[in-house]
Design a protein around this ligand. Structure first.
Ligand code: KIV
Ligand code: ZN
Length: 506
């Protein structure tokens, strides 16, 4: 059976999504999870775009050894040299060169002729080839490029050494049957196409990214570029989990496989959502909270009698933890450690101890601690590992008569205990004002969302916020059974990221 190469671009195109900035450690954590997931290629970033991106690609290239580590470059000498510098220490390095190909882009953006573009593509691929054998080329906006011209470009770059030719539907304009025919046309009309893998990269502007990618695979493409949770520029990219599970679940139709360890999908989805701050909608296929929950009585009846009646996939194959009630306040370290292992966590002793203490505190407040609670508390504890300011205490007074008031105590980086109080329009506003008086970093709150992670009146509430400072957005998350405390934790988390980024930038 043929294999489809899974090329993950969560850390490049995914991170391009508005408000999705990740720091270097977060990128490394995601890359490690992608390695566990079994992706074949990780596009780790666009090294010329910033020193932060360059450093992240270089670190991932050094630390993540199994997949191919790919760096993106425009068809400019400096981009290519910089991309190579970033990936040169990878076990399997790849340089991905891209250049617009459609007349729309040539005329209105690049102001270059078709001949000039052809020549640049050829010479820049040849330049990259001097560094490494594994070269990918993307003619940007391929789906709006005249096919005959596209064939010429592809033949030229393959002659110059490209081993993968990627066909991007950059603006999400293609329709499945049409995109499939384009792929078939390439396979039939590019004379040296047998020397390269045909790849596709689809955007979701019309909600067709996954459908277009699958149609392309059906017609002969053997690499798909995709992202966890489908995040990416504008409406996003094709979602990795949907592509992989479609190929797996409908093996009878595709007769294809991937190298993906599907039981790591859910962990990857949670991690990316957690670190980027992009929440997964409940109805999202494969990884949404409702993807495997049956509400209608008829469906429930069927699933109880035989899951296959209404369930085309077993939730365990994508690593969704069983929603059974697992632990309570009498559970000890051993039971907690075992449950963590079953959920796929391997924590250091120090992290385990922090998580266990948090579990005990939660079990005092909440009778039944579920798998989702455990996931949330582990994420919360790991979030506090690299913190600058630590939230020590928060107390509010509010109601429909008095003026909302908050008192906050923080531990500063030098261990000093700082305390202050403030009034606000509501309890969260008062808490944020009190924190501002202590930390003193100007910023604007641009987004504030609260959701409950588990069911019930004693559920853990999770707060997601975004703040903006000097045109950069920082995400913060916090979870607690008290949503005011969760809000304070989220704000401290965002401020800590802001301060760490400023420190790293010097
Ligand atoms: O959407 C696009 O065309 C891209 C290219 C860089 C492959 O992201
Ligand atoms: Zn893209």
């Amino acid at each position: 059976m043929d294999k489809v190469i899974i090329f993950d671009t969560t850390l490049r195109d995914g991170e391009q999504a508005a408000g999705g900035t990740l720091n270097i450690q977060e990128k490394l954590d995601i890359a490690k999870q992608l390695e566990k997931l079994g992706v074949d290629v990780i596009e780790a970033g666009f090294p010329i775009s910033s020193t932060g991106d360059f450093d992240a690609v270089r670190l991932i290239a050094k630390e993540v050894r199994t997949p191919v580590i790919c760096a993106l470059a425009r068809a400019h000498p400096d981009d290519i040299d910089q991309a190579w510098e970033a990936v040169r220490e990878a076990e399997h390095p790849r340089i991905h060169v891209f250049l617009s190909a459609s007349d729309i882009h040539l005329l209105h953006q690049l102001k270059k002729s078709r001949e000039e573009i052809l020549e640049m593509s050829r010479t820049m691929v040849a330049r990259a080839k001097k560094y490494t054998d594994d070269i990918e080329f993307s003619p940007m906006d391929a789906s709006r490029t005249e096919p005959e011209y596209l064939y010429q470009i592809l033949a030229a770059v393959i002659d110059a050494g490209a081993t993968t030719v990627n066909i991007p539907d950059t603006v999400g304009y293609a329709i499945p049957a049409e995109f499939g025919s384009l792929i078939e046309g390439i396979l039939q009309n590019v004379p040296n196409i047998n020397r390269a893998i045909v790849s596709v990269h689809c955007h979701d502007d019309l909600g067709l990214a996954v459908a277009n990618s699958l149609e392309a695979v059906k017609r002969g493409a053997r690499q798909v570029e995709c992202t966890i949770n489908g995040i990416g520029e504008r409406a996003g990219n094709a979602s990795l989990e949907e592509i992989v599970m479609a190929i797996k679940t409908r093996k009878d139709f595709f007769n294809l496989t991937t190298n993906i360890n599907t039981t790591q999908i859910y962990r990857a989805s949670r991690l990316v959502s957690e670190l980027t701050g992009f929440l997964v909608p409940p109805n999202k296929a494969i990884v949404g909270a409702n993807a495997f929950s049956h509400e209608s009585g008829i469906h429930q009846d069927g699933v109880i009698k035989m899951p296959i009646t209404y369930e085309i996939m077993d939730p365990r194959t994508v690593g969704i933890p069983a929603s059974s009630l697992v632990l309570g306040k009498l559970s000890g370290r051993h039971a907690f450690r075992e449950r963590l292992a079953e959920l796929g966590y391997s924590l250091s002793e120090e992290d385990f101890n922090r998580a266990f203490n948090a579990f005990k505190q939660l079990a005092d407040k909440k009778k039944e601690v579920t798998d989702k609670d455990i996931e949330s508390l582990v994420a919360e504890e790991l979030r506090t590992v690299s913190e600058v300011y630590h939230l020590d205490r928060v107390q509010v007074s509010c109601g429909d008569r008095g003026i909302p008031t908050a008192a906050v105590r923080l531990i500063a980086p030098d261990g000093q205990v700082l305390a202050d109080a403030a009034l606000g329009t509501g309890p969260v506003d008062a808490v944020y004002k009190a924190i501002n008086r202590l930390v003193g970093v100007p910023n604007v709150l641009t987004e504030f969302t609260v959701k409950s992670i588990t069911e019930g009146i004693d559920a853990i509430g999770e707060v997601l916020i975004r703040i903006e400072s000097e045109d950069v957005t920082y995400t913060g998350r916090g979870a607690d059974t008290d949503i005011i405390v969760a809000s304070a934790k989220a704000y401290i988390n965002a401020l800590n990221r802001l301060l760490a980024a400023k420190k790293a930038a010097g």
